[in-house]
Design a protein around this ligand. Structure first.
Ligand SMILES: Cc1cc2nc3c(=O)[nH]c(=O)nc-3n(C[C@H](O)[C@H](O)[C@H](O)COP(=O)(O)O)c2cc1C
Ligand code: SF4
Length: 681
């Protein structure tokens, strides 16, 4: 039966039939090895193809020239060795009738000179990009000639690999650096009038068309409004879109609004949790109306209803659901099978993007299979071994994940949870209203556990006897931890934990010092709540900059709140002790840098964040009764095989602990533990 769902209608792009309207826009997950898209890269895209999407735009800003060194693992499309790797990737996606394109670019000033070959960074004019901090040289005539030629040969490589098309990246990079009055101060034939500012783009388009011919799909992901005072205006942006559409040289426009030259600006282009859904959809629709040309767009269109609306109302031809597919690569398949409610939601945590900017690889905060397709499946199959009785203690993110995976494998699972609600520290984090969407991590798992028939016993503080009474084959201790103080020379009993502030069990006082000796969201969440309560707050961190465990995108809303509320931030400073004087507390401060330096603050409340200490009593009491004594073979955990060594043959069950019940970590670590241990039951 053919569906009437607007999202599932095919779309004809030139000679290509895209089987539905859903795509993943270009994003560099930093899975490349040596600049090549090898197995990890291929499996990642193939999973989305399996999941039903019509078009995957691979790479993020694959680089066409050597003097555009990779800023975050970008593919080397300037290198002939990429062709067979791209071909394999394309074949793997084509098997599922998913079309494959690639985004190519010269990063211009959006990279660093001290990377790869240490070549100077360049731009239309020598305007520094704040985010990457390189001072670019002014591009010269010989640079223009070689870079135009580089674009053409890169496009040829993509064509030779059997890709279905390419798109140019033209926001925040070299190409649009010529367009924008903020970055083009030239008075030659490449500056001034719009014709001049488009000259470099025209040269690239002509060279690429000459190289790949008329029949290869060539598009452009372009800024059509930089949305800041000195930047490219909406009027000029739409005019550029019109001219490109009318040029006969491009086949689609992929619309961006905003600037990416600072982290703060970037969050407007790629909004994070707590920010508006689909903020630029209407604008992309305006461009489509003005150009009457194939229009693609992505920016926090995370749910199917909004995506459907974007197509049904004619705002877009293809809707990008990029992070949504990092969270769940099988969205389209689930829609087609009437299982929309089973889609794992993207909660906007932007752990994925923040990790690449911090030098890591993109990982989803709550889908540990993404990017690990070689080892961790997205679809859990039933075990061929015996059906086991599994008891999970703790219904935080890790415990729920272990339970979900074990239940998918066909085991009989019971969860014991001490409190009246599931969620643990994730629920605590959502007490910051700005981050309330994170509850999707818990709600999705609860819905899945319901579907799988898993019993959760709330208000059940599990002791050894309670667990043994269930005669388990496997016991998973996911009890999490409790807040611990940083090492203080005195005053342990005078401080309040950030946890108490988040939970609302202690109200912020009028004049507060918050000492964050963890560096992640935990302390920042409490600081945001305290600042929003109207209190006077000083945030003290021993680090070189505050919250170093959190990436640049997540940093933005905290800093905004802190600046708006007048929070004082003090770095490079440790809390040494706290004492009471009258009805106030005196916080004594010290420094790692100047041994004898001391400072003092008189406040009403000292809040501390120093991670959690594992709640491990139950684990320790069960250890001697277990077959494996709680031990795990890490070598086999990573490379395969039975991970639970037989240390005590008289033991009655296999025992392991996960998440913060082992040591203070984060949501992804707990969920990764949950799935990788769950798969071994
Ligand atoms: C890990 C990651 C890397 C990205 N890298 C690029 C990139 O190299 N080029 C690009 O045009 N967009 C990049 N993006 C932006 C996405 O293409 C997309 O515009 C953005 O995620 C907003 O869409 P979404 O809300 O559907 O995720 C990246 C996004 C993520 C999450
Ligand atoms: S980390 Fe957050 S934003 Fe990124 S895909 Fe996962 S849920 Fe979405």
């Amino acid at each position: 039966m053919t569906s009437s769902d607007p999202l599932l209608q095919p779309y004809q792009l030139k000679h290509l039939t895209l089987k539905n309207r859903v795509m993943s826009t270009s994003h560099e997950p930093a899975y490349s090895e040596d600049g090549m898209p090898k197995e990890r890269y291929r499996l990642y895209h193939a999973e989305k193809a399996k999941g039903g999407m019509a078009l995957t735009m691979t790479a993020g800003s694959a680089i066409v020239s050597r003097d555009s060194p990779a800023a975050f693992g970008n593919l080397h499309v300037y290198d002939d060795r990429i062709v067979p790797w791209l071909a394999e990737l394309a074949d793997a996606c084509h098997e599922h009738d998913c079309k494959v394109m690639i985004q190519i670019t010269h990063l211009g000033r959006r990279t660093g000179w001290n990377k790869a070959d240490w070549l100077p960074v360049l731009s239309a004019s020598p305007v520094r990009e704040p985010a990457h901090r390189a001072f670019p040289k002014t591009i010269e005539d010989w640079d223009i000639e070689r870079i135009v030629a580089d674009y053409a040969s890169a496009a040829q490589r993509c064509q030779a690999a059997g890709l279905d098309g390419i798109e140019f990246e033209s926001y925040g990079h070299l190409m649009d650096g010529f367009w924008s009055p903020a970055t083009n101060h030239r008075d030659d034939e490449f500056g001034g009038s719009l014709d001049n500012r488009l000259r470099f783009t025209d040269m690239v388009l002509d060279a690429v068309r000459a190289a790949v011919g008329e029949n290869f799909v060539v598009g452009i992901r372009m800024v059509a409004d930089e949305d800041f005072e000195k930047g490219l205006s909406k009027e000029e942006g739409i005019e550029i879109a019109r001219r490109l559409a009318g040029s006969g040289k491009v086949d689609f426009l992929n619309i961006i609004r905003g600037s990416i030259e600072t982290d703060a600006a970037l969050t407007k282009v790629i909004p994070v949790t707590g920010m508006r859904s689909s903020p630029h959809l209407d604008f992309a629709g305006e461009v489509r109306a003005a150009t009457k040309f194939p229009t693609f767009h992505a920016a926090r269109i995370s749910d199917v209803a909004t995506a459907r609306h974007a197509i049904a109302t004619g705002k877009l031809d293809m809707v990008g659901m990029t992070r949504a597919h990092i969270a769940d690569p099988h969205i389209v398949k689930k829609v087609m099978e009437g299982r929309e409610h089973e889609i794992r939601p993207c909660v906007g945590a932007t752990y994925c993007l923040d990790r690449i900017y911090e030098g890591g690889e993109a990982l989803c905060v709550h889908n540990a299979a993404t990017g690990r397709e070689a080892d961790i499946p997205h679809i859990i199959v039933k075990t061929e071994g015996p059906r086991r009785k599994v008891v999970v203690i703790g219904a935080g993110a890790g415990g729920l994940e272990a339970a979900r995976v074990a239940a998918e494998r066909g085991h009989q699972v019971t969860i014991l949870e001490a409190s009246s609600q599931a969620g643990g520290q994730v629920r605590l984090a959502t007490q910051n209203p700005r981050r309330k969407e994170l509850i999707g991590i818990i709600d999705w798992r609860l819905a899945e556990l319901d579907r799988l028939g898993v019993e959760i016993r709330y208000d059940t503080w599990a002791e050894k006897g309670d667990v043994l009474a269930l005669s388990p084959d496997v016991v998973v201790v996911a009890t999490g931890g409790l807040p611990q103080n940083p090492p203080l020379t005195a005053g342990d009993d005078l401080v309040t934990s950030s946890w108490d502030i988040m939970a609302g069990s202690v109200k912020p006082a009028e004049n507060v010092l918050l000492y964050d000796d963890n560096g992640g969201h935990q302390g920042m969440g409490a600081a945001e709540l305290i600042a929003n309560s109207g209190a006077r707050l000083e945030l003290v961190s021993p680090e070189r900059f505050f919250a170093p465990e959190m990436g640049g995108m997540n940093h933005v809303p905290y800093v905004r709140a802190f600046q708006e509320k007048g929070v004082t931030v003090t770095i490079n400073t440790r809390l040494r002790s706290v004492r009471r004087e009258g009805n106030q507390l005196v916080a004594e401060l010290a420094s790692d840098f100047a041994d004898r330096w001391r400072g003092e603050r008189r406040v009403d409340q000292v809040v501390v964040e120093h991670g959690t200490a594992p709640l491990d009593d139950l684990y320790l009491s069960l250890k001697p009764l277990s077959k494996n004594g709680g031990a795990v073979d890490y070598e086999r955990l990573v490379h395969g095989g039975d991970i639970f060594p037989a240390r005590n043959p008289q033991g009655g069950f296999v025992l392991f602990r996960i998440g913060d019940a082992v040591a203070s970590r984060n949501i992804h670590a707990a969920i990764y533990d949950g799935i990788r241990f769950g798969l071994r039951i």
